[in-house]
Design a protein around this ligand. Sequence first.
Ligand code: ABU
Length: 509
Amino acid sequence: MPADSDLILSVNEEVDKDLFKTLPERKKHEDFIRRAVDLLVERVVFGRSARSSKVVEWASPEDIKTAIDLKPRREPVSHDELLKLMADVTRYSVNTGHPYFVNQLFSSVDPYGLVGQWLTDALNPSVYTYEVAPVFILMEEDVLKEMRTIVGWPDGQGDGIFCPGGSLANGYAISCARFYYYPEIKTKGVYAVPRLVLFTSELAHYSTRKMAAFMGIGDDNCIQVKTDKNGKMDVDDLEFKINEAIEDGATPFLVTATAGTTVYGAFDPLVAIAGLCQKYNLWFHVDAAWGGGALMSRKHRHLLNGIEMADSVVWNPHKLLAAPQQCSTFLIRHKNILKQGHSSDAKYLFQKDKFYDTSLDTGDKHIQCGRRADVLKFWFMWKAKGTEGFEKHIDTLFDNAKFFLEHIRQREGFKLVINEPECTNIMFWYVPNCLRGLENEPDYRERLDKVAPKIKEKMIKEGSMMVTYQPQGDLPNFFRIVFQNSALEHKDMVYFANELERLGKNIKV
Ligand code: ABU
């Protein structure tokens, strides 16, 4: 039986085994890397994932500065000291792979995604030309095409890119839409176009407003459309506001609908919004950064009915599909807009007289130059699980969310914010003993507003779980628990409720 290393080397018979042995400091670096990987596997990946371990070791900034020598210094430290630094950084970092980290729209550690991420870092590519990233350029094409097919565009038509996060991906939608209607924007700038306005719901992710400001449109021109009691865009209000903007002399060009809003997990009515976009000749963008993963499930993809009519889609595999951070995609139904709208033909990098097909040098359609190969970890996970594995993952998440919802619906002290949430975020208040039965008192809301921050403080200081809270409109602070770790079981749902009760039942506000 050959050793593993022989198996790897035998893939390429030409490899000179002695070559590695002669590399300067090979022994020293190999020894360090092996010890570091052991520490990563034992202490970071598995050592902290037991339910009995803490989600966070709370420390003040002063404590952390004392515990870890953060300041870069002139003299190097030893390997032993480096390993200790790794352990210290781990100790004071939030354990986002812990089953009880349900705080954000990402969580858990997928072993295949993690290895894909490590392989990416070991290869250290920058994905702009086929010359330096041949496999990743082709891999991106295949993965993005499959995602477009899942969105529902015939034969996966169109184009796409991996982006550094959903906010920038939403910015790409604004940029592509604007270029589609006004190609002169690229050379003449905002001076050459009318006052453009776009529409998104009042509960949409803040990135659309932020990007409108960043791109010279102005966040006042990002018009917020009302939502209904479940957090879905009100289509009548959208049409009203489109007409209002036209009467005001502005030029509507884009609607950003959301498939899975950040707080409520609401899915906007995509079919109806698509109809209005057709009627008024507007670009139809769907921010499915959070909810996009549901497209992988035959049971739940109906939530995104109408997405196939979109001009563009944002879908972040690092969210519902639990790929490692960051893995964010922008998909577009129109083939050439990304390239035409963003290219600048830098001759030093995108030489046209190379010996291969230079259409494979896809970096110029991005606004970034250097770019990580975020595709690899996702592709590797997809290979390891298959689409059917992702489907099972999604179905488990929705099942857990439903179980938690029904559990707290019947449990004393819990009060739902949204009775029938659509995604895997569940929003609720925990009402401590001191407030029960006082709903009609004038200071009830003010006092309820203080509950979640108090519970959260206790929770973080004990490290027993991590769940976020927020106010929304007139609503006092409420919890939003988010499920996207399919290793969780129903017993964990009961733990969350028990723990919130233990931390909150007797607090005084
Ligand atoms: N797009 C980032 C969302 C952050 C969060 O609510 O978890």
